[in-house]
Design a protein. Structure first.
Lengths: 326, 611
């Protein structure tokens, strides 16, 4: 029963959030300088033609009207068509306005659904790397605050957090791909292409995870139930594994929900560096090409994912610690 | 018979870099099987260190200096951890903080099973669960089988303490160390817990080391009592002999400090002029005040239920009164405090201050009311900001209330510090090094600095030991005389109330069930709940009310699901027909005392009898 009312409440809140995000993005895109029609039609197109196309596409209507029309389509699952990308692949833009070879323009939803699995694969692998690494180091540090592991964790976190991801990406690509030839770096041609960008993202994620985990484990170990547990006759491994780690995972989960947004931010840069065909690369190109429908679509999809992940995280945290149910 | 526990020459010290303090000094005693041995002493005497040493739970910065703790002839202090863990089956421990003893995120029953299987791996999970449920039932936890799956946060303090006793007893230990187990509990629940422990010694052949900061409580439980003062064992006697003829000077002082309830009182609290007509000088009046909270209903989609925390409370507090509101946890005392101080507005009825409804106050008028009524809080440790100087802390209320001249502010603060007995040299100090008693003085000074007329004391003395309580009560008395203050004490401590208050309201489940003057309440209570409270009160005197006749079982019903009829009937030893369906009204007993019980002979009752 709790789960149902929880989901109903949170999904309703989430819908509001996604709505606000899309409104914000929609409005911002239309007030920033840069006319997408000019980009689509090409620099040589006459002014009158530009106006004609723009009016036909509804780009001269008041923003609320445009937004209403857009939202009507979104609710039916139609995120619109890209301004610049043809359905047969290959980005264009800047070609002649009456180029007959230009075919049907691509559906935004298709473009996103093609790129999204790539990014999810990258994010999942990065998260797996980060969790394994920070789990080992953070738990060891938290169990003995001030000990060797704690100091190592501090040093590693300090170094990792100071490394800019674009620099690290280039250096790792030079080292692991060019010099050693262990891993492919550019583009995508199989799972091994995911490893290098995932490593870079994991390095970016780890410091906060280590810090949170070691803090949470140390806090749990100084709870009175741990000391009393020894006196009650529980063994230390039992107390650590069945109680302290379980409870320490709650703050970690909450952090992951929040870190997900920075992961998406990191993806944009890392995908661009490694030319990895995911959502990040798609976003950058969409922005550079003033591809309004695509940008809007990406914003809606990512904010919806963000909302869903946070609902899942909270649900998982409540399952571990039922006091969080409200 | 061989002793199950024998402690010899035990010394424990606190070792910090650069200094060392001896906490226990050459303690030695024996505990025979099935015996309950009491350990009493003031806070800081080393009782808790002793109880921890006995279960081999001395951790840095504490260190054993010398001596041995032998359990059945084996010195625990010399055992490797692995061997010690095996012995946990036979040596159990229950502490003073029941809410912190278990993992808050797992069901209570499951954790007790976990402990049982950790110390007795041969018990199958199914068997263990059956055993735990049976024991939860034996300590009278209602519907034990479903409570087994509840989380610690769903247990009240008293129930949790009983669950922890189950946790301790589940492996049939030979020795149970009970460190201040009744301290966080209400008197009626504490009395039940002590009775339970006595039963358990017989049923399981367990010896108990019963550590308590209160001699009357230890007397309830223990046949023999050790007195510890400043880490030294100063006296050891059979409990009754110890109380009747204490040998050591410290024990004599300890016995003399126990408040006298029914004997002659040396000092009477300042009572208001008795001739004055009541409504004219009532400074605070409650008129049919109720407070209802909406809480989310468990296991429903969006339902809420009404939690009726305070129900139809009406009374007057006369200027110069020392008025007490007593009752057990959950009876609505704290909600009443919030209503009186206008932290909340009542959902029904009105709170009047000198005839004006305080719910309607705002702006300057509200500030004026705040100046008139000040709060003194319960917890001396969390109620003071740790990084603010004491002087600055006392200046803050003055600034809030519009004082601007720094010289005048400083003068006023110094005067108040002097008034409450704080050395003025503490002005620039942080509160870190202060004792609980001194911290409470800072709290009182913070309230007094505004020259209030009413002080609302929310369990102000409950965190202090007997000696400190004594001193602060003397201070309150002095301040009342000097400034003509009115006190409202919110408390569960009847002994303190007996000493300090002239008029007392007893609350049960959000209602005032009895309202009486001090002597009448203690010598001739009109409500069975008051009698139960009096019978459960630990004391060294012969009781006027025997627990066997008055003490009730179980815990109060939930304020969400109130019983029909008299709210107290489910626990009342005298409940009869009318209690089932008719809620009793507050009936007049004598000149100005009231009680709400069908057994109170009032004009209404006589009429009904005649008809």
């Amino acid at each position: 029963m709790f789960v149902l009312s929880f989901l109903a409440r949170r999904l309703a809140q989430g819908a509001v959030i996604v709505f606000l995000v899309s409104l914000l993005i929609f409005t911002l895109l239309r007030v920033v300088p840069g006319d997408p029609v000019r980009l689509m039609a090409g620099g040589m197109a006459p002014e009158a033609l530009i106006e004609q196309i723009a009016t036909r596409m509804g780009l001269r209507d008041p923003i609320p009207v445009q937004f209403g029309r857009y939202l009507g389509h979104v609710v039916q699952g139609d995120l619109g068509q890209s301004f610049v990308r043809p359905a047969n692949g290959a980005a264009t833009g800047g070609a002649n306005f009456n180029d007959a070879t230009r075919g049907e323009r691509a559906e935004v939803i298709r473009l996103i659904l093609d790129a999204l699995p790539m990014t999810l694969q990258l994010a999942a692998l990065a998260l797996a790397f980060a969790l394994v690494f920070s789990g080992l180091l953070g738990i060891a540090a938290g169990l003995r605050p001030g000990g060797i592991a704690d100091r190592v964790a501090f040093a590693v976190s300090s170094v990792f957090i100071s490394l800019p991801n674009f620099w690290l990406g280039i250096v790792l690509a030079l080292l692991l791909s060019v010099k050693l030839g262990w891993l492919p770096a550019i583009g995508y041609g199989g799972f091994s292409y995911t490893v290098l960008p995932a490593l870079v993202l994991a390095v970016e994620l780890s410091p906060v995870l280590i810090r949170t985990l070691s803090g949470a484990v140390a806090a749990q170990m100084s709870e009175s139930y741990v000391a009393v547990g020894h006196v009650r006759g529980l063994s230390r491994p039992r107390i650590v594994a069945a109680h302290a780690l379980r409870n320490a995972s709650v703050p970690l989960l909450n952090l992951l929900g929040v870190q997900f947004s920075s992961l998406l931010g990191g993806v944009i840069i890392v995908e661009y560096i490694f030319d990895y065909p995911g959502l990040g690369l798609l976003t950058i190109n969409a922005v550079l090409q003033r591809d309004f429908p695509l940008i809007q679509g990406i914003a809606i999809v990512t904010s919806a994912i963000f909302v869903l992940i946070n609902i899942l995280v909270d649900l998982a945290a409540t399952t571990i610690d039922p006091r969080l149910a409200y | 018979m061989d002793p199950v526990l024998s402690v010899r020459d035990l010394s424990v010290a606190l070792t910090l870099p650069g200094r060392q303090r001896t906490l226990l000094d050459g303690i030695g005693f024996d505990v025979a099987p099935r015996e309950i041995v009491g350990v009493v002493g003031a806070s800081g005497a080393g009782k808790t260190v002793l109880s921890r040493a006995v279960v081999n739970w001395i951790e840095p910065p504490l260190a054993i200096r010398s001596g041995s703790v032998s359990f059945r002839g084996r010195n625990l202090l010399a055992l490797p951890p692995r061997e010690m863990r095996r012995l946990r089956r036979d040596i159990a421990y229950v502490g003073a903080n029941p809410m912190g003893a278990l993992d808050p995120t797992l069901p209570v029953g499951r954790q007790i099973v976990e402990k049982l299987r950790a110390v007795m791996p041969e018990v199958s999970p199914k068997e263990a669960q059956a055993r735990v449920v049976a024991l939860l039932d034996a300590v009278r936890i209602p519907s034990a089988a479903s409570r087994f799956h509840d989380y610690p946060s769903h247990f009240s303090g008293g129930m949790m303490q009983r669950a922890l006793i189950v946790d301790a007893m589940v492996s049939n230990p030979a020795l149970l160390v009970a460190d201040n187990v009744t301290q966080p509990l209400d008197v009626t629940v504490a009395a039940q817990v002590i009775r339970l422990m006595r039963e358990l010694t017989e049923r399981f052949d367990t010896a108990i080391l019963f550590v308590s900061s209160s001699l009357p409580v230890a007397r309830e439980a223990a046949s023999r009592t050790l007195v510890i003062d400043a880490g030294k064992l100063v006296e050891e006697q059979a409990t009754e002999a110890l109380i009747a003829a204490p040998r050591h000077a410290y024990t004599r002082a300890l016995v003399a400090q126990i408040p006298v309830i029914w004997g002659e009182r040396p000092t009477l609290p300042a009572a208001p002029k008795p001739a004055a007509p009541v409504p004219a000088d009532a400074i605070i009046s409650l008129r049919d005040v109720s407070q209802t909270y909406r809480v989310k209903k468990r296991g429903s989609f969006a339902g809420t239920s009404a939690l009726r925390a305070v129900r139809n409370v009406t009374f007057d507090i006369v200027k110069g009164d020392s008025f007490a509101v007593v009752g057990e946890s959950g009876c609505g005392k704290s909600t009443l405090m919030r209503l009186l101080s206008r932290l909340e507005r009542p959902s029904g009825g009105s709170v009047l201050c000198e005839g004006r409804d305080i719910a309607g106050l705002s702006g300057a008028e509200l500030l004026g009311f705040r100046r008139k009524l000040q709060l003194v809080l319960q917890d001396p440790f969390n109620s003071l900001p740790p990084r603010t100087g004491i002087g600055a802390m006392l200046e803050a209320p003055l600034r809030t209330h519009g004082w601007r001249d720094p010289r005048k502010i400083r003068e006023k603060v110094r005067a108040v510090m002097d008034d409450v007995g704080l050395p003025v040299s503490l002005y620039d100090d942080l509160p870190l090094g202060l004792s609980a008693g001194q911290r409470q003085r800072v709290n009182v000074a913070r309230a007094m600095v505004l020259d209030p007329e009413i002080l609302l004391m929310d369990e102000t003395l409950s965190a202090l030991d007997q000696t400190e309580q004594f001193k602060l009560l003397a201070l309150f008395d002095k301040l009342q005389r000097a400034h003509g203050l009115t006190y409202i004490y919110i408390s569960h401590d009847l002994a303190m109330v007996r000493k300090a208050c002239n008029r007392i309201a007893v609350m049960y489940l959000g209602e005032v069930v009895e309202l009486a003057d001090n002597d009448r309440l203690f010598f001739d209570p009109g409500h069975p709940y008051t009698r139960a409270l009096l019978s459960a009160m630990p004391s060294l005197e012969a009781r006027r009310y025997r627990p066997e006749d008055c003490l009730m079982e179980g815990e109060p019903p939930s304020p969400i699901d109130l019983p029909i009829g008299c709210a107290f009937r489910s626990r009342c030893p005298q409940a009869f027909g009318p209690c089932l369906d008719r809620p009793p009204l507050l009936s007049v007993r004598g000149a100005r005392d009231l009680a709400s019980c069908h057994l109170v002979p009032g004009p209404g009752a006589t009429l009904a009898g005649a008809a």
